[in-house]
Ligand binder design. Structure first.
Ligand code: SF4
Length: 376
């Protein structure tokens, strides 16, 4: 990999909270023939870069549609990436003249906002859902474009958690270091940056073992703050800047950074429902009389909440507590058999979700049909 590509990847990673647009259009990876697979994605620069890396050595087409420079999951959930964008990309690339196959592979995580049937009706291409993670694309292609159940789940491995720590840690470290430097000099600022980065990294690394809600999170998060203060103190000593005021600034900055994260740690990641949104507690609900057993919901659920009951030829909700309210199942159900129900009995139906497309991973904050979601 060239130094330029490494620097570009680092820039895209550090600034991944911001939209980064890659050019749209049809790109060959390797030397694809007219019968090669066509994989669709959004034009988020980091995703395009990673897909090209994950697919290196293969011969496939990559159709990059306009997602406004936002990653597929967030863009689809927030209404910035829809079937209209995919249809426009198919037409602009004159895809039907360039490939023989009539199949598009869509990223599973686009199912929150991209309606499969609308693409098929408008383009004549059949849509197949790919795996949730780009890392599984190779195995998916080797298997004859077939997803296995474990590839539908969104994972949050250590690598992704450390990346998340870097994304949140560096702005927090920079900000607190600037304030600390103003109060106690540059050595204090540098030590605070070390302390904040260390405690934030420790928190993300420990996520699978941390209680993220409830009072127990406060002392635990404080412990990570203390760990950060320890490392910051070592840095301060190495820089020769230890004295009472500097150390006090360091301690306060590290604890404040951890306390800010403890308020809604879940809201800093797309893997969990934000604590604020969880307060209203909408639950996924299935109307069995409507379910025809198409099981499209099972194919797009990233949390294994739904399963096909072969005996009854119907879908069942097997693990409701795992639901992150992404609404992918509701958007794709051909019978409108799924919906959200809030504690007060009010419901959000499929039609509302398809129209508003503001189903950003449980953070519903719009007033729809006179009902107010829990994020409001
Ligand atoms: S809303 Fe819940 S059940 Fe439906 S796809 Fe998302 S996580 Fe799965």
């Amino acid at each position: 990999m060239s130094a330029l590509a490494v620097l570009g990847g680092l820039r895209d990673t550090l600034l991944r909270m911001l939209p980064h647009r890659a050019p749209t259009g049809l790109r060959p990876i390797g030397r694809p023939g007219a019968d090669a697979a066509v994989l669709v994605t959004g034009n988020y620069a980091l995703t395009v870069r990673r897909l090209q890396r994950a697919l290196a050595g293969r011969d496939v087409w990559l159709l990059v549609a306009d997602s406004r420079g936002i990653n597929v999951w967030c863009a689809a959930g927030g209404g910035h990436f829809t079937h209209h964008d995919v249809i426009a990309a198919v037409r602009a690339a004159r895809l039907s003249e360039r490939v023989e196959g009539r199949e598009l592979v869509l990223p599973q995580l686009s199912a929150t906002g991209v309606e499969r049937r609308r693409i098929e009706e408008a383009t004549g291409f059949r849509v197949r859902w790919g795996p949730a993670q780009a890392d599984d694309l190779g195995a998916f292609l080797d298997r004859g474009r077939r997803v296995v159940a474990r590839e539908r789940a969104v994972r949050f491995p250590l690598r992704a958690r450390l990346e998340m720590a870097l994304i949140w840690g560096w702005p927090a470290a920079l900000l607190s270091a600037a304030v600390a430097a103003g109060l106690g000099g540059w050595r204090t600022g540098a030590a605070v940056a070390v302390a904040v980065l260390a405690s934030v990294t420790g928190l993300y690394a420990a996520v699978p073992r941390l209680p993220l809600r409830g009072w127990r999170r406060w002392p635990l998060f404080a412990l990570f703050g203390v760990g950060g203060i320890g490392l910051g103190t070592l840095a301060l000593a190495a820089l020769g800047g230890i004295e009472g005021r500097s150390w006090a600034v360091l301690a306060v900055a590290a604890l404040v950074a951890d306390a800010a994260l403890a308020v809604d740690f879940e809201g800093t990641t797309p893997w969990f429902v934000s604590s604020f949104a969880a307060a209203g507690h909408a639950r996924i609900e299935l109307e069995p009389e409507r379910c025809s057993g198409a099981a499209e919901c099972v194919q797009v659920c990233p949390r294994g909440v739904l399963a096909m009951d072969g005996g009854r030829r119907q879908v069942t909700i097997t693990d409701p507590d795992a639901c992150i309210r992404c609404a992918a199942c509701i958007v794709q159900c051909p019978q409108d058999a799924l919906r959200f129900r809030f504690d007060d009995g009010s419901v959000v139906e499929a039609d509302t979700i398809r129209r508003t497309r503001l189903n950003l991973l449980g953070r519903r904050s719009v007033e729809v049909d006179g009902l107010r979601g829990p994020g409001a």
